[in-house]
Design a protein around this ligand. Structure first.
Ligand code: ADP
Ligand code: MG
Length: 607
């Protein structure tokens, strides 16, 4: 059976394990190892001085209480040294981590765009641009958070947490045992909240993503939205999605406040207990249980350290799971490779005969695996000849042309160019010799000249440009603009009319001096006058046709009368082949189509 069995190698939607995420993230980060090494060194030094500071402060207190001047001065010196050190290393640490984050985000974004832009056309059939954009912006950021700044916070918090534990046990294990029993309910409470909040946040991102899709679609189709006055409808759709996100956000905020309130209460209780029991230990010294006032102070500081580092570890865990989710969306995009490699294969020779041959070609779109678009196509387009494809809309003409461009590979059968298999050619090189005007012209938000010279990187001279534009019947209207060739045409060329865009597309094709021209219904979407203009430019191309092989998908049959070969395609098969005279004699589909168009033009004249 002929089916799209390759499957779109688009998304491998298996959840990424946090360990795998960690591995991939560290691998990415490892190219900045010297910066990271610097950051970690500063981190350890800064954390070390922070950890020792409470003890030194305690000694200062004791010296004050004992009115011991020398000890006071000595400890003050150490205190000042530690403060300066932690200030310097702390800011150096932040600087390094920030630099790492910026550099990684630069690298990741560029690698990601490269992964996206090189994808097969089939990939784009299956994807949504809004989704791809949000992966390149939002997910990229979320994925890198832990690698850079959180990595620092995490390590620092771990150091504080365990360091604080060791020091506090060292000062008084009795106090510590007491304090820790109060921590258990806090741990329980916060982990409950973390699970809850994670689920809510996941839902919020989904709804925001859907809201973005609504907005993006509405903006891209703004003219239809305006014409049908559906602004309110679009606003409603957008509001619905964002409201869902809002509701979850409110629930998250309330749960968060509740958790904070409860754990604060427990915290205060713990501090009261520590202060009370610690105070007793200071006031009623027993043999092995005595601590002095300075150490009680230091103990409270350590306890504070333990609690706040526990809280920040909690936050880190949250962003870590978030990051693993984002990483999955980013890395699956970066990992998926296109089936069609444009860089390998043989180069097309200059004197190659530009014939195109279809041999038993079948084609099925992967997105619609049950529908065979092209069935057993056999065609030969001879070098320097014009081959016209005609047939009702939806019969597969555009599909046939896109197979010549190798947007897709045939599901079965072969396509030969110059007698050699299309798949053997270096696609990048081959495309230099192919000129293409698509059914829907695509323009960039640049100047007219930049649009026409697109991809040539300035390697043309001004006279070639003007010649191409004259051949495309575009020079006059371009010159009628105040800025001429430097006119900016807006996003997707919105500042031009359909016919003007089409003529610019033809000029763009001509400037590349192609050997094989593919024209897909270049006049289909136009009014009579601009159709005549575009038609004229195509006709002048065809008159000089000994230079090109032309594949022409025509909507107006007057264009195809002079073609060397006309192929009628009907429901994916070539139903008739020959030139105008032979097909008219056949009195089949072609003759019927011509009859219909004649009738229509008569009606237009007399009706
Ligand atoms: P034509 O250019 O002759 O009007 P097309 O080649 O564009 O027709 O389309 C042929 C058939 O393939 C149509 O039925 C269309 O619905 C289907 N089709 C076109 N493009 C795609 C695609 N990217 N994915 C799935 N089906 C498609
Ligand atoms: Mg088409």
């Amino acid at each position: 059976g002929i089916r799209g069995d390759k499957g779109v190698r688009n998304e491998k939607e298996v959840a990424m394990k946090p360990t795998e995420y960690l591995y991939r993230a560290l691998k990415l980060a490892s190219c900045e190892w010297h910066l990271l090494g610097c950051a970690f060194t500063c981190l350890i030094l800064a954390t070390g001085s922070n950890l020792v500071t409470p003890v030194v402060t305690g000694h200062v207190f004791n010296a004050i209480k004992g009115e011991n001047r020398d000890e006071f001065i000595y400890n003050m010196k150490i205190f000042i040294g530690l403060s300066v050190g932690s200030g310097i290393f702390g800011s150096l640490k932040s600087l390094c981590f920030r630099l790492v984050q910026r550099k990684l985000s630069f690298m990741l974004r560029n690698r990601l765009f490269e992964g996206v832009i090189r994808q097969d056309i089939a990939f784009y059939d299956a994807s949504q641009t809004g989704d791809l954009i949000s992966r390149m912006s939002w997910d990229c950021n979320a994925m890198l958070q832990p690698v850079s700044n959180l990595l620092g916070t995490t390590l620092q918090s771990i150091l504080f947490f365990f360091g604080g534990l060791v020091f506090s046990f060292f000062i008084s294990w009795r106090l510590s045992m007491l304090a820790f029993t109060t921590m258990l309910p806090i741990i329980h409470l916060t982990s409950k909240y973390a699970v809850f909040s994670q689920r809510l946040n996941r839902e919020i991102f989904t709804f925001i993503g859907m809201a973005n899709s609504v907005a993006q679609e509405a903006m891209a189709n703004i003219r239809t939205v305006r014409a049908f006055s559906t602004e309110d409808h679009e606003l409603d759709r957008y509001r619905q999605e964002t409201r869902e996100a809002l509701h979850r956000g409110i629930r998250d905020a309330l749960a968060n406040a509740g958790t904070i309130f409860l754990s604060n209460m427990i915290d205060y209780g713990a501090s009261i207990l520590i202060l009370f029991y610690g105070g007793l230990l200071v006031i009623y010294p027993k043999k092995d249980r005595h601590i002095n006032i300075g150490m009680l102070y230091a103990y409270l500081r350590f306890w504070d350290m333990i609690q706040s580092s526990y809280q920040s570890l909690q936050g880190v865990m949250n962003s870590f799971t978030k990051a693993a989710g984002a990483a999955q969306r980013v890395l699956s995009l970066m990992d998926s490779l296109p089936d069609i490699d444009p860089n390998s294969g043989r180069l097309a020779e200059d004197d190659m005969p530009w014939s195109v041959e279809f041999r038993n070609v079948y084609f099925v779109y992967q997105m619609r695996p049950d529908f065979v678009v092209l069935k057993d196509i056999n065609l030969k387009m001879e070098p320097s000849e014009v081959c016209a494809l005609v047939g009702p809309s939806g019969c597969g003409k555009t599909t046939l042309v896109s197979l010549i461009l190798r947007y897709y590979d045939p599901t079965d059968g072969k396509i030969l160019v110059g007698g050699r298999e299309l798949q053997d050619f270096n696609l990048k090189h081959l495309h230099k010799s192919i000129g293409y005007v698509s059914q829907e012209t695509q323009m960039f938000a640049k100047t007219i000249e930049e649009n026409i010279g697109y991809g040539l990187e300035g390697k043309y001279n001004q006279s070639d440009l003007i010649e191409a534009c004259k051949a495309a019947n575009a020079h006059d209207f371009i010159m009628s603009f105040p800025s001429g060739y430097q006119t900016r045409i807006g996003e997707r060329g919105v500042r031009l009319s359909g016919g003007q865009k089409q003529r610019i597309a033809i000029a763009r094709m001509m400037l590349r001096r192609p050997k094989l021209l593919l024209l897909d219904e270049a006049t289909s979407a136009l009014d009579a006058e601009s159709e005549a203009m575009v038609q004229q430019s195509i006709d002048s191309l065809l008159e000089a046709q000994d230079r090109y092989t032309v594949v022409l998908v025509a909507h107006r049959l007057s264009t195809v009368v002079s073609a060397n070969q006309i192929c009628v395609i009907d429901k994916g098969v070539v139903s008739e082949r020959g030139n105008h005279e032979t097909l008219m004699k056949l009195e089949g589909t072609y003759a019927r189509l011509v009859g219909k168009q004649l009738e229509k033009s008569k009606n237009m004249l007399y009706g």
